[in-house]
Design a protein around this ligand. Structure first.
Ligand code: NG6
Ligand code: CA
Length: 490
């Protein structure tokens, strides 16, 4: 640090961006000039992992430093689910607050709100403000789930008293007098390929039913700008103090609705266009830091909550228009999967003067950010906090090219796999080998799978028969970790 002020920290967190999506990770047909430039100024990790292959568990783990399978509620949540982080849990924003930071979240939340049976017309409690954030401007869950409104602090923004919001995810409780997927299909601008067949909002089928709140309903097309403006304003308003901002972008999650500027900007249809838009948002944020003279004093971390998916439930031609683009790059599987495509994600760290730009193959996960950032800003953690988070700060600083020696990865359904050094082990699991909805390879197999990632990054050659002892040892170790109260080991 150039002075005694602690560095600001921004985590930019993409939603479903794959290992192979940005140019700096090998793509060539989706323009990502801002991410590519960020990569040139960053330490770019080749073996950086999201905790899980879906959103809620990953975000839970990022914010608590605990593996998601430790919390049985950490699975893809409905938009009206209760908050799954206990108010007295020690969180990433708590750590920053203790260190005197101003903390903010902007964007996708998806960790639940309230205590169950939430009333959207009253103060929302608990919410991000109760687990360590001073400022919160969020969507409750995902852009394909109701309620389709922004929540500022404890309140739905723009809600009118005479038009209260009601939400249900129960088909039997469907509200009358609202447009719904099967009854009002003429209102659809975007058809669903699977699911997304309850309320129609802005011409798009959603998960869940929502009634009322007409004035408060978001505009899908300008969501990127809305979140970007809140995120850059937060930075501008807090430029004097150290701040922590969790900027949780909504792209390229479905429904993929780019702003006007980005419509048709790539050859890949809406999925490519919203990645271009995401890249622009990242560039705008970095420009803002530059303009405010905060570039040197800010640690920027860019990563994604899980791997990529093409058809995630809407007919947006992601599959048809993919061309040669490989969203997971050389990796097998994608979102939801036990293979690396589900969890190995773009992961870059920029800290001018402190982190030498380059590439690192150190093994690390987002679960490690709590412990590692506490170390970088010199803020000790309570003993019981973040028990699965390991201090990989030497790797983040580029001083160590090893990172962890092992990491548990989670797929949909809380199925787990173990990465140990250059090996990946996937226990036998029941279930289809390929998801019939998304077409993604799940990793389910009646046989144990073992891959040497140094030789076989695409996990094509199962080496479990060749190295039965290795497979057995990794299986035992995985069980040991699953049954242990604390890991905090490399
Ligand atoms: C799935 C949705 C998918 C997406 C995902 C959550 C259906 C058929 N599919 O259940 O579209 O919303 O949940 O994605 O509803 S995540 O990135 O937030 O985990
Ligand atoms: Ca996601």
């Amino acid at each position: 640090m150039t002075n005694s002020k602690k560095p600001n920290v921004i985590i930019m967190y993409a939603d479903d961006l794959g290992y192979g999506d940005p140019g700096c990770y090998g793509a060539s047909s989706i323009p990502t000039p801002n991410l590519d430039q960020l990569a040139e100024q960053s330490l770019k990790f080749t073996d950086g992992y999201a905790p899980a292959a879906t959103c809620t568990p990953s975000r839970y783990s990022l914010l608590t430093g605990n593996y998601p399978w430790r919390n049985e509620n950490a699975h893809i949540l409905a938009g009206d689910a209760p908050l799954i982080i206990e108010e007295d849990a020690y969180t990433l924003p708590d750590m920053f607050k203790e260190a005197g930071y101003d903390t903010g979240i902007v964007g996708k939340w998806h960790l639940g709100l309230g205590e169950g049976d939430i009333d959207w017309n009253e103060e929302i409690r608990p919410c991000p403000l109760d687990i360590g954030f001073d400022y919160s401007y969020i969507m409750a869950a995902t852009n394909d789930r109701v309620p389709c409104v922004y929540i500022k602090g404890r309140e739905v923004e723009g809600l009118k008293e005479d038009d209260p919001i009601k939400v249900t995810y129960d088909r039997d409780e469907k509200f009358s007098g609202i447009p719904t997927y099967y009854e009002d299909s003429e209102l659809l601008d975007l058809k669903s390929s699977h699911g997304h067949d309850m309320s129609i909002i802005n011409g798009i089928g959603r998960i869940g039913y929502m009634k009322g709140g007409k004035e408060a309903i978001w505009d899908d097309e300008d969501m990127a700008e809305v979140f970007l403006n809140k995120a850059t304003s937060f930075v501008a308003e807090h430029q004097e103090e150290p701040f922590f901002l969790y900027y949780a972008l909504h792209q390229p999650h479905v429904p993929r609705v780019p702003g006007e500027k980005f419509k048709g900007s790539t050859e890949h249809g809406p999925r490519g266009d919203v990645i271009a838009e995401l890249d622009w948002c990242v560039g705008q944020m970095l420009n803002k830091l530059g303009e405010l003279g905060l570039k040197e004093d800010t640690i920027v971390i860019f990563t994604s909550d899980n791997g990529p998916v093409l058809d995630d439930g809407y007919e947006d031609q992601a599959e048809e228009l993919k061309g040669d683009h490989a969203p997971a790059g050389p990796l097998r599987g994608g979102k939801y999967s036990l293979y690396d495509g589900g969890v190995r994600v773009p992961f870059m760290v920029r800290w001018p003067d402190m982190v030498e730009p380059g590439e690192s193959s150190a093994l690390l996960g987002q679960v490690d950010l709590l412990c590692s950032l506490s170390s970088l800003i010199d803020q000790p953690l309570p003993e019981e906090a973040a028990r699965d988070s390991f201090d990989v700060s030497p790797a983040l600083l580029g001083e160590d090219n090893t990172g962890r020696t092992e990491l548990v990865n989670e797929a949909i359904g809380a199925k787990v796999a173990l990465r140990q050094e250059n090996w990946a082990y996937i226990p036998p699991y029941d279930g289809p080998a390929v998801m019939d909805t998304t077409g993604i390879e799940t990793g389910n197999s009646s046989e144990p799978q073992l891959y040497n990632l140094n030789k076989d990054i695409g996990q094509r050659n199962n080496a479990a028969d060749e190295f039965p002892d290795k497979a057995k040892k990794m299986s035992d170790r995985l069980h040991e970790i699953l049954n242990s109260a604390r890991t905090r080991s490399r």
